[in-house]
Design a binder for this molecule. Structure first.
Ligand code: GLU
Length: 291
C-alpha cells in the first residue's frame, strides 16, 4: 500500500516539471511516472508545468512533443498547464519582496572560481549584471522520503546564489519555488540530480513565508560512463507504448509482473497505481541503465 504523507483533509498536490529542451527520454519518463503514481496512489492532483524559464535552452516544438507523449502514455494531468515564460510578473514580484536579502552583482564567472566569495554583497563593483540572494551560515536540513536525511550549509557549500541572471532571465531556483508555492504543490517527486538544489529552494520558501513540500528524490538513470541520460549524452527519445512505462516501473523497484509488458495502458496504470510503494524505490542517487 502506498504511504501518503498528508493528512486526509489536505489534498495532495504533486507535479511534473519538464524543461522543454528536447524530447522526453527514459530518465524523464521515470520522473513523470513516479510523480504521477505517487499523486494518484494518494488520491491527489498531478500538475504539469513547462519549465522554460531558461529561454536560451528552449527547443522549438519540444513542449508540445512532451505533452503529446504524456498523453499517449496515459498520464492525465489536472488543471491548466503552467508555462514559466508567461509568469515573469510573478517572479518579478517575488524578487522584489526578497529585496532586503538580495544584492546586485557585477561579477562574471571569470571573476572567481568555486563558491561565490561575496564580492558585491556591499555594493556592485561595476555595472550590475545579476541579482543574488544572501545566504546564511547555517544548516538547512530535511528528510527526503527516498534519500533520507539531507543537510547543507548554503554559505559553505553553495554561496550567495543567483535569482536573476546576467542575461536577463529569472533563475530556475526562484521560478521553481514561486511556482510550487503559487500552485499549492505539497509533494515534489523528481530526480536526485536536484537533491543538491533542494536546500536552496527550502531557504527561499522560508524567506517567502511558505511551507516546504515533502520531497522524494528518485535515483537517476545514468549511462555506462555514469552520466545522466540527457540530450547532451544522446539519450534516445522515449517512444509511446507500455514498454517504456514497464521499464520505468522496474527501475523504480516496483517488480511489475511480466504480463504487464503486454497490457494496455489503462490496465498498466490500474496495476501500477494500486501497487505503488515508494519504500521499494532503490535508495540510491544513481542507477546504471542498460546492463
Ligand atoms: N525542470 C527541471 C528539469 O527538467 C525539473 C525541476 C524540478 O522538478 O524541480 O530538470
Amino acid at each position: 500500500m502506498a504511504k501518503c504523507l498528508v493528512m486526509s483533509d489536505i489534498l495532495y498536490v504533486g507535479r511534473f516539471a519538464p524543461s522543454p529542451t528536447g524530447p522526453l527520454h527514459f530518465g524523464s519518463v521515470i520522473a513523470a511516472a513516479a510523480s504521477y503514481l505517487d499523486a494518484r496512489a494518494c488520491g491527489g492532483k498531478w500538475l504539469v508545468r513547462m519549465e522554460d524559464v531558461d529561454e536560451t535552452r528552449t527547443e522549438q516544438g519540444a513542449a508540445s512533443g512532451i505533452l503529446r507523449l504524456l498523453d499517449a502514455l496515459g498520464m492525465e494531468w489536472d488543471d491548466e498547464i503552467v508555462v514559466q515564460s508567461r509568469r515573469k510578473a510573478l517572479y518579478r514580484e517575488a524578487l522584489a519582496s526578497l529585496s532586503p536579502m538580495t544584492f546586485e552583482c557585477s561579477c562574471s564567472r571569470r571573476d572567481y572560481s568555486g563558491i561565490y566569495p561575496g564580492t558585491c554583497r556591499n555594493g556592485a563593483k561595476g555595472p550590475a549584471r545579476a541579482v543574488r540572494l544572501k545566504v546564511a551560515d547555517r544548516e538547512i536540513a530535511f528528510v527526503d522520503r527516498i534519500q533520507g536525511k539531507v543537510s547543507q550549509n548554503l554559505a559553505r557549500e553553495v554561496g550567495d546564489y543567483v535569482l536573476f541572471r546576467a542575461d536577463g532571465f529569472f533563475a530556475y531556483q526562484l521560478a521553481v519555488v514561486v511556482d510550487d508555492i503559487d500552485q499549492g504543490v505539497n509533494h515534489v517527486v523528481r530526480g536526485a540530480d536536484l537533491l543538491d538544489s533542494t536546500p536552496r529552494q527550502i531557504y527561499l520558501q522560508r524567506l517567502l513565508g511558505a511551507d516546504s513540500p515533502q520531497y522524494a528524490h528518485l535515483p537517476v538513470a545514468v549511462d555506462q560512463a555514469g552520466e545522466k541520460l540527457s540530450k547532451q549524452t544522446k539519450a534516445q527519445p522515449a517512444q509511446a507504448g507500455v514498454e517504456v512505462l514497464f521499464r520505468a516501473l522496474e527501475f523504480l523497484g516496483q517488480n511489475p509482473p511480466c504480463e504487464l509488458r503486454e497490457a494496455d495502458i489503462a490496465d498498466f496504470w490500474k496495476w501500477a497505481i494500486s501497487a505503488w510503494d515508494i519504500e521499494k524505490v532503490p535508495k540510491k542517487a544513481k542507477i546504471r541503465e542498460g546492463k
